[in-house]
Write a protein that binds this ligand. Sequence first.
Ligand code: PLP
Length: 379
Amino acid sequence: MKFGTKAIHAGQEPDPTTGAIMTPIYQTSTYWQKSPGDNKGFEYSRGTNPTRKALESCLAALENAKFGLAFSSGMGATDAVIKLLAPGDEVITGNDLYGGSYRIFTKIFSNYGIKFHFIDMSDSNNVKNYVNDHTKLIWIETPTNPTMQIVDISAVAAIAKENDILLAVDNTFASPYLQNPIDLGADIVMHSVTKYLGGHSDVVMGALMLNDEDLYKRLWFIYNACGATPGPMDSFLVLRGLKTLHLRMKAHCENGRQIAEFLKTHPKVEKIYWPGFTDHPNHAIAKKQMRDFGGMISITLKGADLQETYRIASSFNVFSLAESLGGVESLINHPVSMTHGSIPKAERDKVGVTDNLLRLSVGVEDIDDLLDDLKQALS
Ligand SMILES: *Cc1c(COP(=O)(O)O)cnc(C)c1O
């Protein structure tokens, strides 16, 4: 099946009791057993629930994976992956990460004896310099948040395979419509489903997709034992959101392209970060591993201090100033004071997450209204 068909149908059959086309919301915590152990494969909804199961099959299909696991947030999914590790293990990851990922690595798991190397991954060869006998996991984010660096997934996968290291990719920014890391050699794909997959800014959820059955069993154990699993209502909302993923992504990419081109030559814009430009340092890799370039764009404002950046960030009418991304509505974000506040200033400045940086999540509204809004806000 092709992507759009999977988005609408994968994992979903008409309900056997009523014929309902839409997967019912099985709002139940527990399941009847005829005699102990004699059940229909469902015992308790922390571990399994039919609505969530349909969603997990659909999520797996979209990443060309055998297995899917849904979590109650993206961070819950990340947490489960790091819990595969033990004290003394080391992780290689990027130096421009989602703030919450940086926070859980440095403020939670560092206390449990796991060591993280935050490195520039835009040159994949750099990864080799940090591999040693303790390296158990490589964690990639690409495109990165918010400076849109691109990491060569196949090249890093080759290094991981050669050294018997697990490779996990946070594919939130690209969505499975634009990029499928498992096809490029990754072991685990992680998503903040809250973003493009849910797509309507009404659910917080995470997911892992993978192929290896042993690894799936280990992750399922953590998922059930630690219990960060989502409820049936949220699972239903995401199943519903997924049905238009391909349509939404097409529109995000088209609007994103027009806005990136408009901003590139705007006199108030100092720098623009978007992987679709041929002068983006890793444009060739983006072109190779992504089907299009998405609707996430970051800019720095020429000569703007923090005050002026705040003023501009607050002067939009169609874009809303808010955290998060990937919904149908356009959002503007000030990473330094919002999503990336948990990263120390010195670290932020090193990768270009400066006070005058704004991040746009371009939605699927009419492009003329979005361009007009940008024109007035930047005037
Ligand atoms: C939002 C986000 C996360 C965290 O997901 P939640 O659903 O908010 O817990 C992780 N990675 C990236 C790239 C994100 O944008």
